[in-house]
Design a protein around this ligand. Structure first.
Ligand code: NAD
Length: 498
């Protein structure tokens, strides 16, 4: 059995806690590796080592730091096929989708290569008589990132790219479900020239997370995961005096106005609702047709498309989506579908009984579609995180807008319409962090920042883009006045004691 340890001081080391977790192959249901779960003393050692390395890295000029990231991109792109296959084998998403996971992360590294520019401060000449004022952005020290299973390449890169470009040392605690790609990315950073100790990977579970949150040697915590854990991380790390950004779960709505291009809206719902088996924080899980006519036109097209979704093992290039990450998660999704039926929603496509021929032990579930879902149902209020789309019918635009606005989560939302006025009003009034107009998954590109509102984000900073350079640095402002110098008191006569 393959064992996955930790990545410390530039090399992989075995775990010493004696505790391990199972890493599955969701396509077949087998256990393919055992991952070490770190103890507090292992984390103490990693933090001490990172702290020692960090001062030298902070003193390395930003252009040299950026060059390491450039070389890392070259190495990672050269290996993207192998990385995508490894990622897909632990996560269950298809290989082309796994490539997208890597690509979107590498785009953040490309953005972070702009560090020399992004770290420039401001300068005011002559802020007062003989006074200049300037600002600097300096690294925080040792910082940590805790990431979810669903984007095992992209989300670690969202964090370690900007953090390291800013001159910090970074400790990554990836999801224990799919830790192999994060470990390989850390090796590639060392191959690219990163000094040992600047990027470390500590594998673990709740115990490792609690240790990081309370550790006095860690200045900031960046977290992405489910809302209950995000809230806990935010409160605990803040109580220990740390800077925190904690991104949580989602329930993303797609509103279909009566004037929308229905074929386009259906394509959007199929891709955004079922891609990656719905295991995306920006997946669309609620469709809101406005008016009965739009609802009928939408359902007429949507039902056959959900029925004909192609599910397959991750290496099947023709599959629309693969298995879910674990059997436990698949069972949880299935029980939400049972609950929807009990709550009285109409289950128009039932994927619960789906079996993948030849892969009977894999963690598969077919696409499910509910109609006539009501806002008080738990299947509407809670995040399911599977290939389950709920249709909530709204009588008019105002009712449609009120649904995402009154929902606990506020990650993403989209409207499909041909009416510029409705779209503009929607963008202004939506109480949601990321809005799509005829775009189903409005994930900002690397040079903008990513983040939701309400229970989808705790803290003041979004991920990547300009916010990340603020999150991973502290501002310092210098006000300087020099006393009258030699230029106006120059004495050419021999000084005497007269
Ligand atoms: P999760 O919250 O279970 O785990 C996230 C991280 O927290 C993991 O590293 C895990 O080891 C750790 N963790 C889990 N339970 C813990 C506990 N009790 N105490 C301390 N640490 C704990 O999330 P997940 O299942 O890995 O990922 C899916 C979730 O992440 C979904 O809710 C999804 O919406 C969310 N997500 C959000 C975003 C975003 O940008 N807002 C992006 C991706 C995923």
């Amino acid at each position: 059995m393959r064992e996955i340890g930790h990545f410390v001081a530039g090399r992989t080391v075995p775990g010493t806690s004696g505790r391990t977790g199972d890493v599955f192959k969701p396509a077949t249901g087998e256990i393919q590796a055992k991952v070490a779960l770190a103890s507090p003393s292992e984390i103490d050692e990693i933090v001490a080592n990172a702290a020692e390395a960090q001062a030298g890295w902070a003193a390395t000029n930003p252009q040299k730091r950026a060059r390491v990231l450039m070389e890392f991109c070259r190495l990672a792109y050269a290996e993207i096929d192998e990385l995508a296959a490894l990622l897909a084998s632990e996560h269950g998403k298809t290989v082309p989708d796994a490539k997208g996971d890597l690509q979107r992360g590498l785009e953040v590294i490309e953005f972070a290569i702009g560090a020399p520019h992004l770290l420039k401060g401001e300068f005011t000449e002559g802020a007062g008589p003989g006074i200049d004022m300037y600002s600097m952005r300096q690294p925080l020290g040792v910082v940590a990132g805790i990431t979810p299973f669903n984007f095992p390449a992209m989300i670690p890169m969202w964090m370690f790219g900007p953090a390291i470009a800013c001159g910090n040392a970074f400790i990554l605690k990836p999801s224990e479900r799919d830790p192999s790609v994060p470990m390989r990315l850390a090796e590639l950073m060392i191959e690219a020239g990163l000094p040992e100790g600047i990027l470390n990977v500590v594998n673990g579970d709740k115990e490792a997370v609690e240790t990081l949150l309370a550790h006095p040697g860690i200045a900031a915590i960046s977290f992405v995961g489910s809302t209950p854990i995000a809230r806990h991380v935010y409160q605990t790390a803040a109580a220990h005096g740390k800077r925190v950004q904690a991104l949580g779960g989602a329930k993303n709505h797609l509103i279909v106005m009566p004037d929308a291009d229905m074929d386009q809206a259906v394509n959007a719902l199929i891709g955004a609702g079922y891609g990656s088996g719905g295991e995306r924080c920006m997946a669309v899980s609620v469709a809101v047709p406005v008016g009965e006519e739009a609802a009928s036109a939408l359902m007429e097209r949507l039902v056959p498309r959900v029925e004909s979704l192609k599910i397959g093992p991750s290496h099947d290039a023709d599959a629309d989506f693969g298995p879910l990450v674990t059997a436990a998660h698949r069972d949880r999704v299935r029980s939400y579908v049972d609950l929807g039926v009990e709550e009285g929603a109409d289950l128009v496509v039932d994927g619960r009984g789906f079996q993948m021929q030849g892969y009977e032990d894999g963690f598969y579930i077919g696409g499910c579609l509910f109609d006539n879902v009501k806002p008080d149902m738990r299947i509407y209020r809670e995040e399911i995180f599977g290939p389950v789309l709920s249709v909530v019918r709204a009588k008019d635009y105002e009712e449609a807008l009120s649904l995402p606005n009154e929902h606990e989560f506020g990650n993403g939302v989209a409207i499909f319409t041909r009416d510029g006025d409705a779209a503009r009003d929607f963008a202004t009034r939506a109480q949601i962090g990321m809005v799509g107009i005829n775009v189903p998954i409005p994930v900002p590109l690397a040079y903008h920042s990513f983040g939701g509102w309400k229970a989808s984000l705790f803290g003041a900073h979004n991920q990547h883009g300009p916010d990340s350079f603020h999150f991973f640095t502290r501002a310092k402002t210098v006000t300087s006045r020099w006393p009258s110098g030699i230029k106006d008191t120059a004495e050419f006569v021999m000084p005497t004691m007269s």
